[in-house]
Design a protein around this ligand. Structure first.
Ligand SMILES: CSCC[C@H](NC=O)C(=O)N[C@@H](C)C(=O)N[C@@H](CO)C(=O)O
Length: 665
């Protein structure tokens, strides 16, 4: 009997649980439940309410496009987001509604404001108002007349007229007033936080258009209607939280000591001692204080990545493919408060006293579910994915560690086809970033590959997250130590797991696509390659994408005018004339992170050099096609990958050719 395995279409089974927001008394959890409707080609999301004591659950908002519930400090009300459909005539109208509702009145809600987006929101302690970072300004309808940078942004489209501004919003009247930050002419607010004493609002904001990664920290004093600059030229995530006594601000980020390879840290600023150096609370940990585990089954969340409770500051850090929840206080060392085992704490929220924490956890074999922890006792509260999971065979990845040729340990995992599935070959899968990690995030795609008979090998080579800052730092040296780690991993798994050398494929997305392109230009070991949302040419990447001009300079250490030769040396396109590996190129036509030109240049080069190549362009999709693209496109993408592997690793093409020839004879 053939095993029931995951296929492209089983995406429809996965229930996407997100945004577990706990009420201040710890009695209830509001969260988003999303389902993937392949037939209607949509994600349908609603909001549920969980009673922590009984585990009883009831729908709060039926959807089909409700998400991101954020409870008020009074524990009675909440705000949430409703996505609204717009027809052609309404183009330019805001697509989101910010709504206000009572926890004890399921279904009812009132419109607060129509917005084009919501970057961050924070309740006033009296539960009457919100501090909100809201995008304003739209692109021209027809001809685009641009004077700002970047022109476009992945997932947002043309943003050259958009600024993200800070507002105070009255939840009862909907009245909105902009918070004026002195001397800030152009701004992109990254985060906003209302102080527990109600008197101040902290804002992190980028105000240098050419260097959007630089953030300044302001405090706005409501009584005086005046803002003060607290710190300048910070970088990283940019999230902020106030201490319970409203004196300190914890900032999640860094000062770019190792450029974009720098770990996000928790830096605590004393707002009453201006000019004092911030205290770094996570420097000794030497881990990135955010969760960068890859997964393709997430749904949008509005929860903060930091929370300052009376027991300490909570944050998730990336560690060896896992993501535990930590707590830290000024003057102390970080300690783990929720150990997810071989898993990932994906998002969390805690009661102000820190006694109870709601969170979502996932593993490599289970998508996210909601959990609650009361000081050490963790309980799982939802089981949305249990029934369908019990009907399928999913194999469990096995972890391996090998010593690279320079003596550094590198980790990886091997996911074999489930029992009963015929083995057809294997795939080296490379993650993006490069500063993200593989590990214990659920990857539907990996199980689909395994279900078709392909063993998946995935590793965290140099440049990855989850280890020291030094480990993540491959600036200026792309294609060197990272490439070596991957090729040494290949030799290791061939020997240790007896994988067939002549049945290997390589694939990856974004930086992983860069590396796939690099690999096929430097070795002919692989029988097939699949390169997705990839980078092939750093020179054109520089000027065409949302992050290009500063990402390339930082990571590759060149610009089209400085070290031009180095930019070309590090571009896979330079080596395209050596490629022999049959290559499937997958790209989205609205990928503004790694623009379509990257795929087109590679495709043209491979075609002209006689390499077997196929190019799939996905319309109306962006860089996140594999994670949040339209369901039908996600299915099609997986089908294309499987077909390519079947043709080149499982000999499907030869079989068909032989069949055709036999038919003609
Ligand atoms: C502004 S510096 C950070 C760039 C960013 N790194 C985070 O992952 C990034 O977008 N890099 C892309 C080239 C990339 O490889 N993206 C990965 C991870 O998001 C992907 O899988 O798409």
């Amino acid at each position: 009997m053939t095993a029931r395995v995951l296929t492209p279409e089983t995406l429809r089974n996965i229930v996407l649980v997100s945004n577990p927001a706990i009420t201040p008394d710890g009695g209830k959890i509001l969260y988003t439940v999303a389902r993937i409707n392949i037939d209607a080609d949509t994600y349908e999301s609603s909001i549920s309410l969980l009673d922590v004591a009984t585990g009883f659950e009831e729908p709060l908002q039926q959807g089909p496009s409700d998400s991101c519930p954020i409870p008020a400090p009074n524990g009675r009300h909440y705000v949430f987001i409703r996505r609204v459909e717009r027809d052609r005539k309404q183009r330019g109208q805001p697509g989101l509604e910010l709504r206000f509702a009572s926890i004890d009145r399921p279904g009812a809600s009132r419109l607060i404001a129509r917005v084009h987006g919501l970057v961050s929101v924070s309740w006033s302690p009296d539960s009457l108002r919100l501090a909100a970072a809201i995008p304003v300004g739209l692109p021209d309808e027809d001809v685009k007349v641009v004077e700002t940078l970047p022109v476009w942004f992945n997932g947002k489209g043309f943003i050259y007229k958009t600024q993200v501004k800070p507002f105070i919003v009255d939840v009862y009247s909907g009245y909105m007033e902009e918070i004026k930050l002195d001397d800030v002419k152009w701004m992109q607010v990254a985060d906003i936080a209302w102080s527990p004493d109600g008197r101040k609002i902290a804002v992190t904001v980028s105000r240098v258009m050419e260097k959007p990664y630089l953030r300044d920290l302001y405090v706005y004093y409501l009584d005086e209607d005046r803002a003060e600059l607290v710190a300048e030229k910070l970088s990283g995530f940019g999230e902020i939280v106030w201490s319970p006594d409203s004196r300190y601000i914890a900032y999640l980020g860094h000062r770019r000591e190792r450029g974009f390879a720098t770990h996000n840290k928790i830096l605590v600023f004393d707002t009453e001692d201006r000019g004092s150096e911030p205290e770094c609370l996570t420097c000794s940990l030497d881990r990135n204080a955010v969760n960068t585990a890859n997964s393709d089954v997430r749904f949008s969340s509005c929860l903060k990545k930091l929370q300052w409770t009376r027991k300490g500051i909570l944050f998730v850090a990336s560690d060896h493919g896992r993501a535990p929840l930590y707590s830290v206080e000024p003057g102390s060392e970080p300690t783990i408060v929720i150990d997810p085992g071989e898993g990932v704490v994906d998002e969390f929220s805690a009661t102000p006293d820190g006694a109870r924490i709601a969170y979502t956890r996932m593993t490599a074999t289970e998508p996210r579910e909601v959990y609650v922890s009361d000081g050490g006792n963790a309980r799982r509260l939802t089981r949305h994915n249990d029934t369908w999971l019990s009907r399928y065979k999913l194999s469990k990845p096995e972890k391996f560690v090998f010593k690279a040729s320079d003596g550094v340990e590198v980790e990886g995992w091997i996911l074999r086809p489930p029992e009963g599935v015929e083995e057809k070959g294997w795939v080296l899968y490379i993650h993006g970033g490069p500063k993200t990690m593989f590990g214990y995030g659920f990857m539907h795609e990996f199980h689909v590959l395994a279900g078709r008979g392909y063993t998946v090998v995935y590793t965290n080579p140099r440049g990855s997250d989850g280890y020291s800052e030094e480990f993540a730092d491959i600036r200026c040296r792309y294609g060197e130590r990272d490439y070596q780690d991957l090729m040494e991993a290949v030799e290791y798994v061939i020997e240790r797991y007896r994988l067939p050398r002549d049945k290997a494929a390589v694939m990856g997305g974004s930086y992983g696509g860069f590396m796939t392109n690099w690999i096929i230009g430097h070795t002919d070991l692989f029988k097939a390659a699949v390169t997705m949302r990839s980078i092939s040419n750093w020179i054109s990447m520089y000027g065409t994408t949302d992050i290009g001009w500063y990402f390339v300079e930082d990571q590759i250490c060149c610009t089209p005018w400085r070290n031009f030769e180095h930019c070309w040396e590090k571009s896979p396109l330079k080596y395209a004339d050596r490629v022999k590996t049959p290559t499937l190129i997958i790209h989205s036509n609205e990928d503004y992170r790694c623009w379509l030109d990257q795929a087109l240049q590679l495709y043209t080069a491979l075609k002209l050099h006689g390499v077997e190549t196929r190019l799939a362009i996905f319309p109306n999709e962006n860089h996140d096609l594999s994670r949040s693209g339209k369901p039908k496109h996600r299915v099609k993408r997986l089908q294309l990958i499987l077909e390519w592997l079947d043709e080149h690793l499982a000999g499907k093409k030869e079989e068909e050719k032989a069949g055709r020839e036999a038919g003609n004879a």
